[in-house]
Design a protein. Sequence first.
Length: 480
Amino acid sequence: MVKICCIGAGYVGGPTMAVIALKCPEISVAVVDIATARINAWNSDHLPIYEPGLEEVVKNCRGKNLFFSTDVEKHVAEADIVFVSVNTPTKTQGLGAGKAADLTYWESAARMIADVSKSDKIVVEKSTVPVKTAEAIEKILTHNRKGINFTILSNPEFLAEGTAIKDLLNPDRVLIGGRETPEGAKAIQALKDVYAHWVPVDKILCTNLWSAELSKLAANAFLAQRISSVNAMSALCEATGADVTQVSHAIGTDSRIGPKFLNSSVGFGGSCFQKDILNLVYICECNGLPEVATYWKQVIKVNDYQKTRFVNRVVSSMFNTVSGKKIAILGFAFKKDTGDTRETPAIDVCKGLLGDRARLSIYDPQVTEEQISRDLSMNKFDWDHPAHLQPTSPTSIKTVSVVWDAYEATKEAHAVCILTEWDEFKKLDYQKVYDNMQKPAFIFDGRSIVDVEKLRKIGFIVFSIGKPLDSWLKDMPAAA
Ligand code: NAD
Ligand code: UGA
């Protein structure tokens, strides 16, 4: 029986391995992690991450050919193929701080693999890593091996949260990069055989190691660039009376551009876009390509501008002050159908409003109060490091309350900010919301989900990203 072990039971490791176990019943899959609480949750009825369809897949395979364990060394030692799916955060200190990828967790995993291995292994980079990382990993493995052969592959993951299971079951492509040697080709074939259980072979792309590593960073950079492009357009739409939804539709019907990923928003979030672009920028700078670095840096700058612009719009519309005013925040996760808050734009928007001394009442159907207060007290980039390196008792933020109902959040509020596109926010009884708010009642829709005309008829003053402004907002221009 082929044995697979995956180091890192996170958003990638857990769902990816669960789908491999589901589709390959004759392969034994162990997912290991140093975080005991996370492994306990994977073994319980309350999985550590919320992802539609995940629970069914896990329940189907757990205890048969899918195992979650903290016994990292035992499972690594027994495996034929070891996936490494640990965090690769942005460095917070030292050389490259604020840009370069921190490979501490990857390196310690590689050293442990070399230490405990007693048989030949294929080691698969699943984490997103800087191009050329495989070379460094190979050096760690080969300098520490005891007559054992390690073959390294790059197999980046392209799943998106909220649709992870769908993406894994039916991927646009699977990418496998390896050395152009007989051992490399053999390892590529072995991994290809795993995916070929359910992925059509013409969708399994095989490249050299560096192309695979770089393609992952490039894909995220291109995706994020599309959002920053449409968000830059949204600012121009508001200034001119054009409607960004109409513009997106008009350009998206060009088959060369395509309709996906053109939704204007309060800014992209998530654990990877910013981190991976910063990493790309750093690699360009290290390779003497400052113009290329500046080009990609601009994608992040526009994203930051979009969040600042949103906060400025809220404050300026409300007579230039939100001090002491209750503002309802609907949605905190970085997108719908996930409880993940990593780099969510809601953090920057909330911090911006708190900076102007607003009182916030936050509601998200999947994010806990504990998570929100941790996010609002944490320094930039700290979230992607293990829990013991994070502040243990978050500074209590007295002006923030977290509630479990949108109507409770909006009661007696001066304004509502929609920061995540949860479906339930489209279906709220906005007349009821309006009746219970202070007047004038404002709605700032950072996700373009509300029916602007309908809400204006109820009496709201409505701002929706990239949509024509109503006369109130036109008279109160936001500072840049
Ligand atoms: P995550 O933080 O959810 O999971 C990583 C896990 O690795 C953590 O549970 C951590 O405890 C564990 N870990 C760290 N060091 C370890 C060690 N030495 N031994 C055992 N376990 C260890 O992160 P994630 O979201 O799953 O992302 C993992 C990687 O995949 C990152 O490089 C990320 O860029 C990439 N990626 C993420 C996504 C996504 O949607 N989240 C998609 C594609 C790629
Ligand atoms: C993204 C990529 O889509 C995945 O292919 C990749 O594997 C993953 O990053 C990763 O490497 O981590 P994810 O961050 O989970 O996936 O979610 P997306 O659907 O890409 O959304 C990212 C952010 O962009 C969200 O905040 C979302 O609301 C925002 N977004 C997305 C927009 O503002 N507009 C859009 O049109 C699309």
